[in-house]
Design a protein around this ligand. Structure first.
Ligand code: NAI
Ligand code: COI
Ligand code: MG
Length: 366
């Protein structure tokens, strides 16, 4: 099956981890007889430098003509002084808005072999398997007016009923397929938008009597994510809270570099990217953990193309490499082996190709 994927590598480690993801997906293509056509486009600071805009028209067109979007990361100090409309981050926000990618899934899983790398006690991190369902195209990141002068600064937080309904319903549907628990996170003791959010959660919860739900305030949620992360199943929340809490939760499994994500439109079209940013502190050093990007590739296979077996193959390969004690430099590996980005990518590809050999052997004796 041939699939066309727009690849927007972006800035900093975005390029390194996206190369890793496409190399792994090519290995999957060889094993399962799929062809991926990679259509490269500019986004972020790189686009600003080369085309004068953080999201050129041509990039939008390439994405429109593709079956899915694979993204690295954007931004960096080089572009921080640009006016807000030209900042790399604005390019990413416009992309999300243009494609109406309103539901952002960020799964967090504790890998047994990485428990010792978690800043949490092993018994606290163990068994964590939760997913953030984050609203992605509303709230503070998009509200107008938004400006600052030397004397004042304004950001606007607006949520429309339908924006809340869409993401909350998605969270309940997802919980039905998992452990049947939704934690809705807001700041309803202070914010009007959170009060509407809470009301809508109650309405939608009534449609899902078999799903348990709770309302939680964002401040105490940030504490509970650290003290009892395994108590969560599906966490649904608005744009900024989801952004912050998911970075916090990433360290449960030892590194921000491990977390993948999918950003989905109502019809299933999606963008797949690791949760982390462009990491200017390690960019260009072949140090970045590529697993968040590689696992985002697995999410793409499963969600965009219905390639479940292929997605499983990537996730299994990642698990095996971690179980063998390999990790990238940011892990506090205890006696494990530290790999570069390219070495880690090769290890994952080797696992996939090793299975290819055994598939061939099995086929010969069928
Ligand atoms: N989706 C995106 O493209 C995002 C872009 N950004 C942008 O990235 C830039 C840097 O932001 P930061 O706050 O530093 O966040 P960051 O996520 O880039 O980095 C935070 C810390 O985590 C480490 N880290 C991140 N990804 C890693 C990986 N794959 N392997 C190993 N270590 C990793 C970095 O080295 C750094 O110490 C900013 O310009 C920001 O706007 C930030 C978040 C998301
Ligand atoms: C870079 C921003 C636009 C958003 C962000 O940090 C994220 O979506 O994780
Ligand atoms: Mg973020």
């Amino acid at each position: 099956m041939k699939k066309r994927v727009a690849v927007l590598a972006g800035d900093g480690i975005g390029k390194e981890v996206t190369n890793a993801a496409t190399a792994v997906l090519d290995a999957i293509g060889r094993r399962f007889h799929h062809e991926f056509e990679w259509v490269h486009g500019l986004l972020g600071g790189d686009a600003l430098d080369q085309a004068g805009h953080p999201i050129p028209e041509e990039t939008i067109r390439k994405c429109e003509e593709s079956d899915a979007i694979l993204l690295g990361a954007i931004g960096g100090p080089k572009w921080d002084h640009y006016p807000k409309e030209l900042r790399p981050e604005k390019g990413l926000l416009q992309l999300r808005k243009h494609f109406e990618l309103s539901v952002n899934l960020r799964p967090v899983q504790a890998y047994k072999t990485l428990l010792s790398s978690s800043p949490l006690k092993e018994e606290v991190a163990e068994g964590v398997d939760l997913v953030f369902v984050r609203e992605l195209t509303g709230g503070l990141y998009f509200g107008e007016p938004s400006f600052h002068t030397d004397e004042e600064a304004v950001d606007t937080l607006v949520y429309k009923r339908e924006e809340i309904e869409r993401v909350v319903r998605f969270a309940f549907e997802l919980a039905k397929l998992r452990k049947k628990k939704v934690s809705s996170v807001d700041k309803a003791n202070v914010l009007e938008s959170s009060r509407l959010w809470r009301k809508i959660v109650e309405e939608i919860a009534a449609e899902f009597p078999d799903v348990e739900y709770e309302h939680m305030l964002v401040d105490s949620t940030s504490m509970k994510l650290i003290t009892s992360p395994a108590s969560f199943d599906v966490i649904v929340t608005e744009n900024m809270f989801g952004d912050i809490l998911s970075d916090e939760a990433s360290v449960i499994c030892g590194s921000l570099g491990m977390l993948p994500s999918a950003s989905l439109r109502a019809d299933g079209f999606g963008l797949y990217e690791p949760v982390h940013g462009s990491a200017p502190d390690i960019a260009g050093q072949n140090k970045a953990n590529p697993l968040g990007a590689i696992l985002s590739g697995a999410m793409m296979l499963r969600t965009a193309f219905g390639m479940n077996q292929e997605a499983d193959a990537i996730e299994e390969a990642v698990k095996k490499v971690l179980e063998a004690g390999f990790g990238t430099g940011e892990f506090k590996t205890q006696g494990g082996k530290v790999l570069t980005t390219t070495e880690m990518t090769e290890k994952v590809i080797n696992e996939i190709e090793c299975e290819l050999v055994s598939d061939h052997i099995l086929a010969a004796y069928q």
